[in-house]
Ligand binder design. Structure first.
Ligand code: ZN
Length: 225
């Protein structure tokens, strides 16, 4: 019998030991979930199947496991610090905060219907950290908001250690963090989440060919897994 709502799935996942609300006994924390005894095994199976297909069954892709915390400058010069943001609007009547591009009607509050809204402001999606003995608590590091950039900055390291000619790829599975304004949809929009991602480096002239090839390869994997 199909579940009637996401809440039914949430309850089922908890009852069966797959997924629990993070920090649950202290009131929970939006967008953070704990994987229970069966959830962690399911997650491991999926990761292993993905890693087998990407790394062990091919000769053209190398693996990588980059740090989750990284120098602020990496995310500054990748352009994320300046532009990795959502347009945040606040309702002056009820205080609700909403992503303007996701509102049912951008002129009205989703919660109370008031039209008394603030102008949108850029809301930084990266989680900033102040690590080490900084006196002022200024942000000097970020939790990575994606795996991709941490793959790109290791391009030369990987190539020096494992020489390849184009085309070749670098794959990672790991956590990424985004300070979503309103995490929702259970484990479909989380603030802390797992990514499995492969960057494939090609001659730009061959982009259409490899794009088609990878679409077929990945779809076949998803159907078979
Ligand atoms: Zn409102």
């Amino acid at each position: 019998m199909p579940a009637k709502s996401v809440n039914d799935i949430v309850a089922l996942c908890k009852r069966r030991g797959f997924i629990f609300t993070g920090s649950e006994i202290y009131g929970g924390l939006g967008g953070a979930y704990d994987y229970g005894p069966y959830g962690v095994e399911l997650m491991k199976n999926i990761k292993n199947a993905w890693w087998n297909a990407m790394i062990y069954s091919r000769n053209d892709i190398e693996g990588l496991d980059a740090a989750l915390i990284s120098n602020r400058l990496m995310w500054k010069y990748s352009g994320h610090e300046g532009s990795f943001s959502d347009p945040l609007v606040e309702c002056k009547k009820c205080g609700a905060r909403m992503r303007q591009d996701k509102m049912k009607d951008p002129t009205k509050c989703d919660n109370c219907g008031s039209t008394d809204l603030t102008d949108p402001r850029a809301y930084q999606l990266m989680m900033g950290l102040s690590i080490g003995a900084t006196a002022d608590g200024a942000i000097n590091a970020y939790l990575r908001p994606e795996t991709a950039t941490t793959t790109y900055v290791n391009f030369k390291n990987v190539l020096d250690a494992c020489p390849h000619k184009l085309p070749f790829g670098i794959a990672q599975i790991g956590k990424a963090f985004r300070n979503e304004i309103s995490p929702r949809g259970f484990v479909f929009r989380m603030r802390e989440f797992e990514q499995a991602e492969m960057q494939y480096f090609i001659n730009p002239a061959d982009d259409a060919k490899y794009f088609e090839e990878w679409k077929k390869t990945r779809m076949a994997w998803w159907v078979n897994v």
